[in-house]
Design a protein around this ligand. Structure first.
Ligand code: XMP
Length: 516
């Protein structure tokens, strides 16, 4: 449990795709929050001393065999509890109400009528839109519960226990499709749990820097830099904490975006004045990738080469005891790496490119408690430039998995130029921060075209731009036609060997964000 928060709330994870989103929304209200296993014991909760509990949604039906349940002792702790969707059904069923399947799954927006002036709905208009996503719902409540809100199809859209501070919401307050969701969550946290909202990132930065100094003492730390947001912010924190005893390694694998290596060198060598080691390894990576077209094979090769290059360089740095990594809270949750957290659900391919555990360094992971948006805020506070703080995520295997088919120097050059145009134009249109990831993909397809009087048979570039909260699901960005037109014209005119540009209009799922 974090040392940085004097008040916190726990989110019990019942397998909802939204559990992390709930935790982020809570932190937006300046209340520190962690995700824990659904079967955490009441004794352990008492030890952790949260101000309240939130039971997440989940895909199961409360009556199904093996459905995840919680320790009933939780309801006797006197703590405020908010159950969302499955969490509500579980509470109601556990405390004597009836849950049943509705004839049709309800999914989407619904009009909700607030029928009570309970503190949970303070400041919420009597008619408000909510987002529903459920198969079961509570059909009758025991005398212990009262209904606070209803929709046309759901008589118990919100309930509360008559004597205990226990609440249930059938809808999802954590998603943006519930416009009053933030207000409702805020009412629960501040009005019902009595949280003051004292969680501040500025304090986090100062405390983390002090703690890093204490832990590292006079030793040296190595930090791998990738050009991405997370590793840059780890390095910036360490540079503030231990200055010249930080050594950074940038493996320039030849698969980075245009100008990326240069920007990292400028920032960490010139500005932060760290001991920066740049490993120029393009030739080694390209030789190892020669002839490979299978995405997983590419990933494995790149992962292996990265470890080799990194370990070689690290061995040259004398007296290093620690290795810093930009592990974030979602990585900790998904890898099952937190003490009270849910079991692992990691997407294995994203692990490739990490470092093996036997590098004989002690790990320093100062961002373990943070979500991505918090990491970005922290980066701004540490004075990192906008270009680094707001850079879209980039996969470890880099442009290799956007160069569909063989990875060669020439094809990478074509892709890098096209990609730079996509990013430049989206920035120019003021849409870079609004989109979550925008990039070019080079396809292994030639198509016929005409240029002047000549017939061409050139490459096709796909443009991909997506909007996403968490990168687990994503919608393709509805970019303006004029912007798409400019991107297409510029790529075809300026990038030699490309005569056709297409826009990828697939959502995730079922498509993934990357093409490989
Ligand atoms: P997908 O393509 O699975 O991507 O929808 C989800 C997010 O993960 C990134 N991604 C990777 N990141 N190594 C990484 O470090 C990888 O092999 C990898 N593959 C995908 C992707 O860019 C997106 O942000």
């Amino acid at each position: 449990m974090s040392r940085v928060a004097d008040e916190k709330v726990l989110v019990l994870d019942f397998g909802s795709q939204y559990a992390q989103l709930i935790a982020r929304r809570v932190r937006h209200q300046q209340v520190y929050c962690e995700i824990v296993r659904h079967d955490i014991t009441a004794d352990r909760v008492r030890e952790l001393a949260p101000k309240g509990l939130i039971l997440s949604g989940g895909p199961a039906s409360v009556y199904a065999e093996g459905a995840p349940r919680c320790d009933l002792g939780l309801f006797r702790l006197g703590l405020p509890v908010l159950g969302i969707c499955y969490g509500m059904q579980l509470i109601c069923e556990a405390l004597g109400s009836r849950v049943a399947s509705t004839p049709a799954r309800e999914y989407g927006r619904a009009q909700c009528q607030v029928t009570s002036d309970d503190a949970l709905f303070l400041g919420v208009p009597p008619q408000t839109q909510v987002w529903m996503s459920h198969g079961d719902q509570v059909t009758a409540v025991s005398d212990d519960f009262v209904s606070l809100a209803r929709t046309d199809t759901c008589p118990f859209a919100a309930v509360r226990h008559r004597r205990l501070p226990i609440y249930g919401l059938q809808f999802h307050p954590e998603v943006t499709h519930t416009p009053q969701g933030e207000q409702i969550l805020g009412n629960f946290l501040k009005g019902i749990c009595g949280c003051a909202g004292t969680w501040r990132l500025g304090d986090f930065a100062e405390q983390t820097i002090a703690e890093l100094r204490r832990r590292i003492g006079d030793d040296r730390v190595i930090c791998g830099l990738s050009g991405g947001v997370d590793s840059s912010i780890v390095a910036a924190l360490l540079a503030r904490a231990i200055g010249p005893r930080l050594s950074c390694i940038l493996v320039d694998n030849g698969l980075l975006r245009k100008g990326e290596a240069r920007a990292v060198i400028r920032e960490f060598s010139d500005h932060f004045k760290t001991d920066l080691h740049v490993v120029r390894a393009e030739d080694r990576f390209l030789a190892a990738l020669a002839g490979q077209i299978n995405p997983q094979e590419k990933r494995r090769t790149i992962g292996r080469m990265f470890i080799e290059c990194f370990a070689d360089e690290a061995a040259r740095i004398e007296g290093a005891r620690f290795l810093a990594q930009g592990t974030l809270y979602p990585d900790v949750i998904e890898s099952g790496g937190s003490l009270d957290g849910p079991a692992a659900t990691i997407k294995l391919h994203h692990n490739v490119g990490g470092l093996p555990e036997d590098l004989s360094f002690e790990l320093v992971e100062p961002l373990r408690d943070l979500f991505k948006d918090e990491v970005r805020q922290l980066g701004s506070q540490l004075g990192l430039p906008e270009e680094i703080v707001w850079r879209h995520p980039f996969p470890g295997p880099g442009l290799a998995v956007r160069c569909v088919g063989p990875v060669t120097r020439e094809r990478l050059e074509t892709l890098r130029e096209a990609d730079a145009i996509v990013v430049e134009e989206i920035k120019h249109a003021g849409l870079y921060r609004q989109t979550s990831q925008s990039f070019a993909v080079l396809l292994p397809v030639q198509s016929v075209g005409v240029m002047g009087d000549a017939r061409t048979y050139d490459d096709v570039v796909a443009v991909r731009s997506i909007d996403s909260e968490d990168f687990m699901t994503a919608d393709w960005s509805h970019l303006p036609y004029e912007l798409l037109a400019r991107i297409s014209t510029r790529i075809i005119n300026e990038v030699s060997g490309v005569n056709r540009v297409v826009y990828d209009i697939s959502s995730k799922p079922p498509a993934t964000i990357e093409w490989e």
